[in-house]
Design a binder for this molecule. Structure first.
Ligand code: ADP
Ligand code: LRH
Length: 474
């Protein structure tokens, strides 16, 4: 049986279980090996007129994935779960579910953020939390729930975010992990604890929150029934349970660099040891999400490849993502641009029509073919990335020469090239599976197979395919 660590990495569009382990080589020391064990789909479903995540499907996929690791001859010593941020469930005092896992794109938060500002100012919230204002942050989801169903909030004995809930199902231990907790917009950026004062101002009960635990904590073994079902026992460990937190752990650089975690969302920023919650950072709407070793992810959420995912879905998956890239390359004369961060693209009825309408309203040529639509999206994303980089450079008074892209989006060569062109900087891509890798290296640090984050990043750089794109003329 081959010893490994398992990463359960679930994004908004798909989930996977990856096995990772270290191997000694004669020439370059330790290298990390990664094998995909199991892949499954994820997406929002409609229930009672709300968009929710199918938690039964996610849990049963994790169980199937662990079983598959055993079938493939692996002995997993530990497992860590990361997922997208902000969403949660509530449990009653007997640990029964009180709510569905409502998805952040559901319309229940429409207008709620603006209403909250009447009670607590934007400046106050930002000073306390350092978190970017997005209509779907957990803070506004809880206020929306309070408005629609106050009784449920008062009955709640446990607030668990998505990975916390999956960890609870596996181990029976209820906790809130730090990196994901910060995405709620009610963890205090100075104390790194729940900001109970902020919650009380909004009349949200505070006794359902658990103590916040850091990445690197061993949560416990699988419940005996679960261990029996999957045919193995292992430790469940907390990685950075926020997927973006895990992805940034795996940026293969020990120098300060701009990173872009590219998947359903595009998360573009830098890693800092101190939060930057200045007035200027607020005006640009940057976030300071908590990371491994209390490093902060100073970044901006950019609408991301969700836009092309929606186009693909609306066209009944007629073209693959790779084909959209080719079609967009062929439409090279087309140069209309949309503001990807406009909330109209968060969950429109029809993404294709929304992109067209934006171009029409702004008197630009309207994209008609799939290639023109894809090009409009990719070019608009690249321009938005480039603008965000300029904002960071202005805020930090530093010029960066390189951008590291990680995640599934690195497979989009056109987007990599457009970013190199737009920014005039070298674009370095990889690893594709950064999130799972970041999840696994935290487990390796817990096991003392790796010393620290610095060593982990050195090993990652040596182990995976990393590619450079230079701006034309270099
Ligand atoms: P998530 O945030 O859901 O975990 P991933 O990191 O898996 O997302 O990235 C998924 C995205 O990667 C897709 O939306 C797609 O745009 C892009 N992608 C995946 N495979 C390819 C490919 N072969 N060519 C171009 N783009 C790709
Ligand atoms: C990316 C991500 C991002 C969050 C969003 C909800 O998967 O976790 O960091 O803002 O999903």
């Amino acid at each position: 049986m081959k010893k490994c660590h398992l990463a359960v990495d679930i994004g908004a569009s798909s989930g996977r279980l990856m096995a990772g382990w270290l191997e000694e080589t004669a020439t370059s020391g330790s290298v990390m090996k990664l094998e995909e064990i199991y892949r499954f789909t994820n997406g929002m479903i409609k229930k009672n007129n709300q968009l929710i995540w199918d938690m039964d499907h996610l849990y049963s996929s994790i169980i199937a994935g662990i079983k598959e690791s055993v079938n493939k001859g692996f002995k997993a010593v530990s497992l860590g779960i990361d997922t997208w941020a902000v969403d949660f469930v509530l449990l009653d005092e007997d640990d029964n579910l009180l709510t569905d896992a409502v998805a952040y794109r559901d319309s229940r938060t429409d207008g709620v953020m603006e209403e909250v500002f009447k009670t607590v100012s934007k400046e106050d919230i930002y000073e306390r939390t350092g978190i970017q204002f997005q209509p779907f942050n957990t803070l506004y989801q809880l206020v929306a729930l309070k408005q629609s169903n106050p009784a449920v909030l008062h009955k709640a004995a446990s607030f668990l975010m998505i990975p916390d809930y999956l960890n609870y199902l596996l181990t029976g231990v209820k906790t809130n992990e730090y990196t994901n907790a910060t995405s709620t917009q009610f963890v205090n950026v100075q104390s790194n604890k729940w900001d109970e004062e902020l919650l009380e101002k909004l009349d949200i009960p505070t006794d359902m929150f658990h103590d916040i635990q850091l990445p690197g904590t061993i949560l416990g073994a699988l419940r005996p029934e679960v261990a029996e079902e999957v045919g193995t026992q292992l430790d469940v460990v907390l990685p950075a349970t926020h997927d973006t937190g895990s992805a940034v752990v795996a940026v293969p650089e020990n120098k300060e660099t701009i990173y872009l975690s590219s998947g359903t969302w595009s998360l573009l920023g830098i890693e800092t040891t101190e939060p930057i919650a200045s007035e200027k950072a607020l005006s640009y709407n940057f976030t300071n999400e908590g990371g491994m070793d209390y490093r902060y992810r100073f970044l901006k959420n950019i609408m991301g490849l969700w836009m092309i995912q929606e186009v693909r879905r609306l066209m009944d998956d007629r073209y693959s993502f790779a084909e959209y890239v080719t079609l967009a390359q062929e439409a090279k004369e087309f140069s209309s641009v949309v503001d990807v961060n406009d909330n109209r693209f968060l969950n429109p009825d029809n993404m294709i029509e929304e992109v067209k309408a934006y171009c029409k309203e702004t008197q630009q040529p309207v994209p008609e073919t799939p290639g023109e639509i894809a090009r409009t999206i990719f070019l608009s994303l690249a321009k938005s990335y480039s603008k965000t980089i300029k904002e960071i450079e202005q805020l930090k008074h530093v010029t960066y020469d390189q951008i590291n892209i990680i995640g599934g989006g690195t497979k989009n060569e056109l987007l990599n090239e457009l970013l190199a062109e737009e920014s005039g900087k070298t674009v370095v891509t990889g690893p594709v599976e950064a999130t799972a890798i970041g999840n696994i290296v935290v487990q390796m640090i817990v096991e003392e197979d790796l010393k620290d984050l610095k060593e982990a990043r050195d090993v990652i750089r040596q182990s995976f395919d990393i590619k450079d794109y230079r701006p034309k003329g270099e």
